[in-house]
Design a protein around this ligand. Sequence first.
Ligand code: 0L1
Ligand code: MG
Length: 266
Amino acid sequence: MLTERTLADAEVAALGECLDEAAMACQPVEMFTERHPGMQLGDAYAIQACLRQRMESRGTRVTGLKMGLTSRAKMQQVGVAESIHGFITDRAAYGDGATIPVNRFIHPRIEAEIAVVMARSLGGANCTALEAGEAVDFVLPAIEIIDSRYADFRFDLLSVVSDNTSAAGYVLGGHSRSLGSIDVVTEGVVLTCNGEVKETGAGAAVLGNPLEAVALLARQRAALGEDIPAGSLVLTGGITAALPVKAGDVVTVHYQTLGTIRLRFS
Ligand code: 0L1
Ligand code: MG
């Protein structure tokens, strides 16, 4: 249940502050679910909402939403079997070809994703992939940078939802396509680092179809009394396992029809 809560508002605010400060100081914290064994999924989304309010109060603009843990590779990598969602912001956006200092993060990892931009708002407890497709304006290639605020990237489901699903950055490629002109299920990706192929996959890795992830996002937002606003960017979820990156790494993600995104870490 996405709304079930046991923590007091003051506790939720304190945990939100702890994660916010960990991200700003690039100092990891221990996951706190052990200290709050009765905590529920609703508490975790409330902590995430508190983080969002704190960022917005500093002038950060929310540009969209993201799905996390949508592929078997990702679920196996982190040992969690449920897809989750978070939000993304203007301060976390980088351009294709950017050089990104790793010291902005604690222990960054990257994943290749398919992003969509919504032509209209989408919601509803029974939202389907077909309805999601009808609400999509266009498709873009994307790289997500994730960075858990927990020590050693060690967390459980409630901790990672609280931590805004490890969202830390994203890069969009310039090659947009209409949904009608691309098959997002069979769209292939090859992720290389320093010229070596590290990961390969296809859109089907994302819940069988990235539009299923958009529909699940709409259903999860509906359970929280929200929708996916028109104009939102949605990162539909990692196609591959996430790849740790370090200073000096040059990363490229080649998409079958959506072009190539390049990044360098310094
Ligand atoms: O975008 C993602 O799939 C990340 C979800 C959170 C788990 C992780 O940090 O790998
Ligand atoms: Mg992701």
